[in-house]
Each structure stands twice: as structure tokens, then as C-alpha cells.
Design a protein around this ligand. Structure first.
Ligand code: MN
Ligand code: MN
Length: 262
């Protein structure tokens, strides 16, 4: 069974709050009568018995929230479920991966983002949404970390990427037809700001020069590997225009879910 878990946390967002209301905004967009419940492969998610929405985790304020997220994901993985999480800011990925790494010691991560999120800490917060992949890599929680869409590296983050042997495909170097391929379990972490702000006005950090929606959907559909978990993070409904970013998020949600149900 694939379980959808909402994680309404935005306390670790360095610039703007708002992502805590994303899980319900994505659900609303998913249920919008303006579209339907089918993936592009024709899988009708409304009729599929292989998944369920478990609602949101109940979270205490930071720092307790970090452990509560790990426990919440642990509980699902222990019963044999796989998990698709709806953030929240990107800080949720560290405790999620802590849980996944216990079950999958050879976990691969595909991280799609404008930002490397490798800061040792950001303004003193080691749990910042700018730091989850530093925590993940220093604890050896992933066999491979492949980052795509990155276009904001400073010298500290370049050093961190090198130190942790991160496989970086910067946005400026992305070419159509780039083959992404993983042996063993694959976790996909999708930060919506990987896409150009033209497509996703409802995110906290506008970083021009990003992917189109189509490029990200193709990546989800075409990456080679056994997808055991996903997260979709950084929708900020308070910045959205006419709910258009929520629809992009719901579209990505449907394709990620379809991919996990394959
Ligand atoms: Mn991020
Ligand atoms: Mn980002």
C-alpha cells in the first residue's frame, strides 16, 4: 500500500512562512473538477485500491517536530507501506530519509531543486530547509545523492557537495535526453522551485532559469529505478496566483503516485 502523508511544517523556512498549508492546497487541487484523476499513462487514481491518503501528521513546535516526522514515517514503513509525503518546507526531508534509511540501507536519492540545500546550517538552524541534505549525507543515509536543477551554488555549498560526493547536474549543464538511472531503491525529493517561477509563482524562493513543468513530469516518468518513496515540498499557497501552482503540485503528485503504483 502506498500511503500519502501530509507534513504541515514551515518553521524551518528561512525566508517566508506558508508551506504548512500546502498539503491541503494540493489535495484541493487534486480534487478540482477542472481536471480528472488520471495519470498521463491512463491510470485512474480514484479507482485504484493501491493507495490511500492518511491525512496530516500532528506536529508539535520545533524541534520536537523533527522526531515526530521520523516516527510518523517509521510507523508506515514498518507495516510495509511506502510513503509519498506532501510538505511542508524542505526541512521535512531529513527526518523522512532518517526513517527510510533504516529500511533501505542502500537508498538512492534524486533531488530536484533550484537549491542544493547543503548548508551546514542556515542562520544557526541545522534543521533549516537549506540544510536537509547536509544532515542526510553527514550521517551516511544515502548511497547516492543526485541533484538536478541546481542554480544557486555558492562556494560553501560547492565545498559541501564535494565533501559528500554529491552528483551535481547543475541547471546550466542540463541537456534534454540526460539519462537518470539508479540501481536499487530510489527516493525522489521534488522541491517545486526547481521549476521556473513562470510555472510556479506559489513558492517562497523565486529562482529564474528553471525547468518547465513538462521537463519535471518527463523526469518523473522516465527516471530508471525502483521508486520506494517521494516527497513534494515547498508549495507556498499564500504566494500562489489563482491556485495555479497548487495545480502544478497536484499534477506532479498524480505522476509521482502513478510512478510508485507501477
Ligand atoms: Mn529545497
Ligand atoms: Mn528550493
Amino acid at each position: 500500500m502506498i500511503v500519502v502523508v501530509g507534513i504541515p511544517l514551515d518553521e524551518n523556512s528561512s525566508f517566508l512562512q506558508g508551506a504548512a498549508s500546502a498539503p491541503n492546497a494540493i489535495r484541493d487541487a487534486y480534487h478540482s473538477p477542472s481536471s480528472n484523476y488520471c495519470t498521463e499513462d491512463g491510470l485512474d487514481l480514484s479507482q485504484h485500491l493501491g493507495w490511500k491518503d492518511n491525512g496530516d501528521l500532528l506536529l508539535s513546535p520545533m524541534p520536537a517536530a523533527i522526531q515526530e516526522i521520523e516516527k510518523g514515517i517509521d510507523a508506515q514503513l514498518h507495516t510495509g507501506n511506502r510513503v509519498l509525503s506532501l510538505g511542508g518546507d524542505h526541512s521535512v526531508t531529513y527526518p523522512i530519509i532518517k526513517a527510510f534509511a533504516k529500511k533501505y540501507p542502500d537508498l538512492n536519492i534524486l533531488h530536484i531543486d533550484a537549491h542544493a540545500d547543503l548548508y551546514h546550517d542556515f542562520e544557526g538552524n541545522p534543521f533549516s530547509h537549506a540544510s536537509p541534505f547536509a544532515r542526510i549525507m553527514e550521517q551516511g543515509l544515502a548511497k547516492r545523492l543526485v541533484q538536478v536543477g541546481i542554480r544557486t551554488l555558492n562556494s560553501h555549498q560547492r565545498d559541501q557537495a564535494e565533501k559528500f560526493s554529491v552528483e551535481l547536474i547543475e541547471m546550466k549543464d542540463w541537456r534534454e535526453g540526460t539519462n537518470l538511472s539508479f540501481d536499487g531503491p530510489l527516493y525522489i525529493s521534488l522541491d517545486l522551485d526547481a521549476m521556473d517561477p513562470a510555472f510556479v509563482p506559489g513558492v517562497s524562493h523565486y529562482e529564474p532559469g528553471g525547468f518547465t513543468t513538462r521537463q519535471v513530469l518527463n523526469m518523473i516518468q522516465q527516471v530508471k529505478g525502483n521508486v520506494v518513496g517521494c516527497d513534494l515540498v515547498e508549495l507556498n499557497p499564500t504566494r500562489d496566483l489563482q491556485g495555479m501552482t497548487a495545480m502544478v503540485a497536484a499534477k506532479c503528485f498524480k505522476e509521482l503516485l502513478g510512478r510508485m503504483l507501477q
